[in-house]
Design a protein around this ligand. Structure first.
Ligand code: ZN
Length: 139
């Protein structure tokens, strides 16, 4: 979907939306917006199912909880449906997380961990006006 990211450069990889009903949300995007999912998956460790809707070089990621105790289920209870996180693609996630920590940024992941499409790390929403930020390195 996306071309390689150069060191220091950031690309908007995807915008993730928490939804209660994946099927009806997918119908809206397909029938009203004309955007079909490129792939869908169930991620049992994260307690979610995901669908990716490609839009240019970026995508919309839909997240529906499968685990009522999971992070996305709790998010829906607290805040309702809507923007869950934005994700930037970076060339070197280890270096990015180190440099953010040095700048005093509050990290949810001090070390990258495996995500759906590469190694990922999350920054606390307190850093960015309430928006959860994900970084991903796709090798
Ligand atoms: Zn994401």
């Amino acid at each position: 979907m996306t071309s390689k990211t150069r060191r220091g450069e950031k690309k908007l990889d995807h915008v993730a939306v928490a939804v209660k009903d994946m099927a009806s949300t997918l119908r809206f995007y397909q029938e009203v917006m004309g955007i079909s999912p490129s792939h869908q998956a169930v991620l049992p460790q994260q307690g979610v199912k995901v669908a990716f809707l490609p839009v240019g070089d970026s995508a919309i990621e839909l997240l529906e909880p499968t685990d009522p105790q999971g992070a996305v289920a709790r998010f829906l209870e607290r805040r309702g449906e809507g923007l869950h996180h934005i994700c930037f693609q970076v060339a070197d996630i280890d270096a990015e997380l180190r440099s953010l920590a040095q700048k005093g940024v509050e990290l949810i992941d001090k070390e990258p961990r495996p995500g759906a499409e590469g190694r990922v790390g999350f920054l606390h929403p307190r850093n960015a006006s309430g928006v959860l930020i994900e970084l991903v390195q796709k090798d």
